[in-house]
Design a protein around this ligand. Structure first.
Ligand code: SAM
Length: 272
């Protein structure tokens, strides 16, 4: 069935409320066209012609499966390996410092891991920083099951690896198929073993983890939240970090007035 209906201003604002209520995501008016086209596609897949009908389906959906599908359709999962590289230089310094002080076990949480480039970058950086590391665990979470599936598969096209140093590509990825021109790169077991994946909605504290984590990466997701959701998230990160633990956020994220007892170390880096 074709979806010929236009998304009315009223219906758009009801979807905005629903998305905020369920996921804390604040959709501005500039998202109207995106919402209309992405949801329209999902509705066509379901054979639903009217936005009102789709709205009801998501709102009344008891097990939350269609909510996940809707968020998959409208969320922006843009990410890449070694994004905001200075965080990974700092990660190297911190790990070497802690390792030098005798620490042998590390816990890191990547709070909006999207399609996996960020947690795999953390894993590669850790391996390169402390070669004999054995007890190193990275928890990678996201609200989007579609993004998590890509992350779990760990399979990337060559153009996605442009920012990965050649030596790391050789060490941590295998080519599949080995000889084809259009090959993809698949993360090897050495990296994969360091990661675990889970779906987590950051807008619904408290989270089920106990911590403590040495470092939390929570980058380029708070931009979608309003201050109330950000505050709930930052309080949870505070609870889950060890004393002296580090929080890294995206450079475009302004947290002024919400940081509580976090101290700023440098732009976009905070310490508990
Ligand atoms: C722009 S990507 C950022 C990915 C990565 N952290 C980076 O900096 O490259 C934002 C991610 O946040 C996720 N996200 C949005 N709302 C969320 C929520 N309420 N809970 C958990 N993850 C959420 C999206 O699914 C998406 O994968």
């Amino acid at each position: 069935m074709n979806n010929n209906e236009n998304l009315s201003a009223e219906m758009f604002s009801r979807f905005c409320e629903l998305v905020y209520d369920k996921a804390g995501i604040h959709l501005g008016p500039q998202k109207e066209a995106l919402v209309a086209s992405r949801m329209g596609k999902r509705m066509r897949a379901l054979g639903i012609g009217r936005y009102e009908e789709y709205y009801r389906l998501v709102k009344d959906d008891k097990d939350g499966d269609e909510l996940v599908e809707m968020l998959n359709a409208i969320s922006t999962n843009v990410t890449y390996f070694f994004r905001e590289e200075h965080h990974f230089q700092l990660l190297t310094e911190l790990l070497q410092q802690w390792h030098g002080g005798g620490q042998r076990s590390y816990r890191i949480w990547c709070a909006a891991s999207s399609t996996g480039e960020e947690p795999y970058t953390i894993a590669m950086t850790a391996r390169a920083a402390i070669p004999d590391v054995s007890d190193f665990k990275i928890l990678a979470t996201d609200i989007s099951t579609r993004a998590l599936d890509v992350a779990k598969a760990g399979r990337y096209e060559p153009r996605h690896l442009e920012k990965v140093p050649e030596s790391m590509t050789r060490r941590f990825f295998r080519k599949e198929p080995a000889d084809a021109a259009n090959r993809s790169y698949v993360v090897n077991d050495e990296l994969r073993r360091m990661l675990s994946f889970a779906r987590l909605n950051l807008a619904r504290p408290p989270y089920p983890m106990k911590g403590p984590f040495d470092i939390v990466f929570c980058r380029n997701v708070m931009i979608y939240f309003d201050n109330k959701v950000r505050k709930g998230l930052l309080d949870e990160i505070w609870r889950l970090l060890k004393p002296g633990g580090i929080l890294m956020v995206g450079h475009a994220e302004s947290l002024s007035g919400m940081l509580g007892n976090f101290r700023s170390v440098k732009p976009s880096v905070y310490i508990k």
